[in-house]
Ligand binder design. Sequence first.
Ligand code: NAP
Ligand code: ZN
Ligand code: ZN
Length: 352
Amino acid sequence: MFQAKGYAAVDAQSPLVPFSFERRDPGPEDVQIEILYCGVCHSDLHQARNDWRNSLYPMVPGHEIVGRIVAVGGQVKKFRVGDLAGVGCMVDSCRHCSACNEDLEQYCEEGSTLTYNSRERDSKQLTFGGYSDQIVVDQRFAVKIPASLDLKAVAPLLCAGITTYSPLRHWQVGKGQKVGVIGLGGLGHMGIKFAKAFGARTVMITTSPEKGADALRLGADEVLVSKDKAAMKAHARSFDFLLNTIPNGHDLNPYAALLKRDGTMVLVGALTTLEPALAGASLIGGRRSIAGSAIGGMAETQEMIDFCAEHGIVSDVEMVSIQSVNEAYERLLKNDVKYRFVIDMESLKRTA
Ligand code: NAP
Ligand code: ZN
Ligand code: ZN
């Protein structure tokens, strides 16, 4: 064991505070990573505040981790000391169920071990995430990061990136299709970049008209303000695919009405109950589908990083210090982020 330090939520109400804890020494298959940058995902806020009613405290959030390998176990072939590496939302899974065997560890039938707010498989030890100086992880759950990309802007790819890349790939979004990305935040801005890179006609669907110019700069072909009923009506029955990143329960009906016959809306944001109820007729009438998607498997996460390196895709970030993470949470709640906060972990050295 060695001593690590970070910031933790100690309950659902209090701000995050400096926190020291123990991490395991790297085992034969493990790598130890010195964390350089960690993105702030809306899930961190949901979990720290116990929005999903499953929070375990103390909690060190953070699952958009980029850093440098400082130690490797004896069996590690994939990495060497000095390499750059990324860690996303998972650090382990059962590795023998049908999902794990198909490189879909995020759907592990025994439950994947999350980077934080989870327990290690072989002990009752809580997992602690990336708002910290070091992390130890099995090599299967770390991805290679090419040095050609801007590292601080790579961190959000580990969650916001893969969570949008994976459904767009699974539903084969591409040329000749009209795709809507709902919600211009951390996930949404990556959704636009990927939908555009895959060749789709991309529409940003937002509640914030003032984000329109940014949406176009990020690659959207058009902006649709969801509060504008006339504009929503003009786009009715026209979308092949919708990627819905709204973080809370909301009325799906106006969005479902945007789908063409056989169109699909994939939810990635709202984990809680969606109200008011969805009218069955809106699915039946147009043979429409509503689906969900969770992050992506480790192989697909590496594929996504390599795609980003090839196409020069990274996140648009605002750097923050770990000392200002609580302020960043408040701004996230107020929808005031362009478009991902990333913590420069160097700042942690200033916390005694
Ligand atoms: P975010 O940066 O806060 O962005 C969410 C965006 O949704 C906002 O910028 C806003 O965009 C829109 N929005 C917010 N509240 C809304 C409301 N009540 N009605 C309509 N639109 C609203 O959040 P994020 O980090 O992208 O995360 C989004 C959600 O995905 C979170 O719930 C997070 O926990 C979840 N998530 C899921 C997965 C997964 O594996 N499925 C992975 C990561 C995150 P506009 O201003 O453009 O309307
Ligand atoms: Zn996340
Ligand atoms: Zn499994």
